[in-house]
Design a protein. Structure first.
Length: 251
């Protein structure tokens, strides 16, 4: 199904999801480099995208020298922590491909405050924008997930960050004080992307996937992802898509 540049693709498992996601990455990458000379992607953490990153790491002939990788959101924990998203992306993908170090844009999480980290990350994004001659970030591809509460990136229900319209990156203090602070891209950055790809798997995500895709409420952060000019893709497994109505399912 396609609705205002929205596509829903349902697969048997995460391996099939990964194969399709790689096809999309390759097509978007080739088009971006042909048109602009570079390709930019912002990647998320979590378990669902791991097979995608691992398979993508085997694609040695992709133009990694013209690829820039950003982080969608980051827990404010040391790089060595298993909860650090960049650590996972580095381990599963980046260390296996020939991408220049200056093309990798992590979020610094040590030696500074979370607020200053967000400011520093936003400056890094701004420097990249100047380099490629854009006024604001226009990522070619953003890879997102959906939490059971409907959050995406580190944009949680009820968070003041949902209303941010000026900044492209923010520090976010969780409602649960026992959890760590986070740095996240905001909707002005996400909804300005050329392509946004949701990867969602598991029966525990079926209810929220139905809520987001069939738009029972637009108050859920994941449902607020609406690229202004780009394409929105939901790449999900059969378990996460099990509650979708027949008219919504496309594959």
């Amino acid at each position: 199904m396609t609705d205002l540049l929205r596509e829903i693709h349902i697969f048997g498992d995460r391996e099939q999801m990964a194969d399709f996601a790689i096809e999309q990455w390759t097509e978007i990458c080739e088009a971006a480099i042909k048109n602009n000379g570079y390709f930019s992607a912002a990647l998320s953490g979590g378990k669902t995208p791991v097979p995608f990153y691992q398979k993508l790491a085997a694609k040695k002939l992709l133009p990694w020298d013209k690829t820039h990788v950003f982080i969608v959101d980051e827990r404010f924990v040391p790089y060595e922590s298993d909860e650090n998203n960049y650590h996972m992306i580095q381990r599963t993908l980046l260390r296996h491909v020939n991408i220049p170090q200056e093309n990798i844009h992590p979020v610094r999480t040590s030696g500074i405050s979370a607020e200053f980290s967000a400011e520093e990350y936003e400056k890094d994004i701004g420097s990249y924008c100047k380099k490629v001659h854009t006024q604001e970030p226009q990522f070619d591809l953003i890879v997102l997930g959906i939490g059971e509460d409907g959050h995406t990136a580190s944009l949680f229900p009820g968070s003041p960050a949902l209303k941010e319209m000026g900044r492209f990156a923010l520090s976010v203090a969780p409602l649960d004080k026992q959890k760590t602070e986070r740095i996240t891209l905001t909707f002005p950055a996400i909804n300005n992307a050329g392509n946004v790809m949701f990867l969602v798997s598991g029966a525990n995500k079926a209810e929220i996937t139905k809520e987001v895709i069939e738009r029972k409420t637009r108050l859920l952060p994941a449902a607020m992802v609406r690229p202004k000019k780009g394409k929105l893709m939901f790449i999900i497994d059969k378990n996460a898509g099990s509650l979708l109505s027949g008219r919504t399912q496309s594959k």
